[in-house]
Design a protein around this ligand. Structure first.
Ligand SMILES: O=C(O)CCC(=O)C(=O)O
Ligand SMILES: [Fe+2]
Length: 216
């Protein structure tokens, strides 16, 4: 298969995603955002939820905001050798054409009732205090791919405020977007938040891609 490398060049990635059936592009000139329902089977989602529960710990954020309530979910790094994790990785590669070497390890998140991730962008602020620490090896982020593993009883939607779009969690639904504009500059219109879960729990997996190959 051909890959589109880092994703810094938007066109081949968007073309690859749009070749798959069932993909919707969110109609906005401000950002490139796609949704694909039923991207993963309920069985695979359940296997990933079990893994997240086995390894989760309180989430951290880069560039401390001084707001302890900014990201209150729990995070789990998933075992790259696990068959369920390999299957998701392969499905993401097949959808996007992005080179897996440019991807950060797949990460799981769990939000309990009242937990949220307030408005943020996934790219690192080039002038931020942590830029060197997080970006000196692999560079800044390019694309984000996120998959909901379940449907909380209430709340937990992902909101893109700048384009007035709210995406509801559904088991197996994928959301992906370019964190940049087609001219490669960082795109502030990708600002988004994981809204508070009101009932039940919310589980997602996220994969972020980088300008250069990922290295520890
Ligand atoms: O949970 C969500 O809906 C959003 C998560 C998110 O934005 C992130 O992990 O970067
Ligand atoms: Fe995010």
């Amino acid at each position: 298969m051909t890959t589109s490398g880092s994703g810094i060049d938007e066109a081949p990635v968007a073309a690859s995603i749009l070749r798959q059936s069932g993909v919707q592009r969110i109609p906005s000139p401000k950002l490139t955002l796609f949704v694909r329902r039923d991207f993963l089977s309920p069985e695979l989602c359940a296997a990933l939820i079990a893994q997240i529960d086995a390894v989760r710990r309180p989430s951290t954020i880069a560039d401390a905001t001084g707001d302890a309530g900014f990201r209150t979910s729990e995070t789990g790094d998933l075992d790259a050798d696990d068959p369920a994790v390999r299957e998701v990785e392969a499905a993401i590669t097949a959808l996007t054409g992005l080179d897996p070497a440019h991807g950060e390890p797949l990460q799981g998140q769990r939000y309990a009732v009242g937990q949220e991730f307030k408005g943020h962008t996934d790219y690192f602020e080039p002038n931020g205090a942590d830029f060197e620490r997080y970006c000196s090896v692999a560079g800044n982020r390019t694309w984000t791919v996120m998959i909901y593993l379940n449907e909380p009883e209430a709340g937990g939607a992902t909101r893109f405020k700048a384009v007035d779009k709210i995406i509801q969690p559904e088991t197996g639904k994928l959301v992906c977007w370019n964190n940049r504009r087609p001219d490669r500059t960082m795109n502030p219109a990708t600002l988004h938040q994981g809204m508070k879960v009101r009932a039940g729990a919310k589980y997602v997996v996220t994969k972020w891609f980088r300008e250069r190959p990922w290295g520890w």
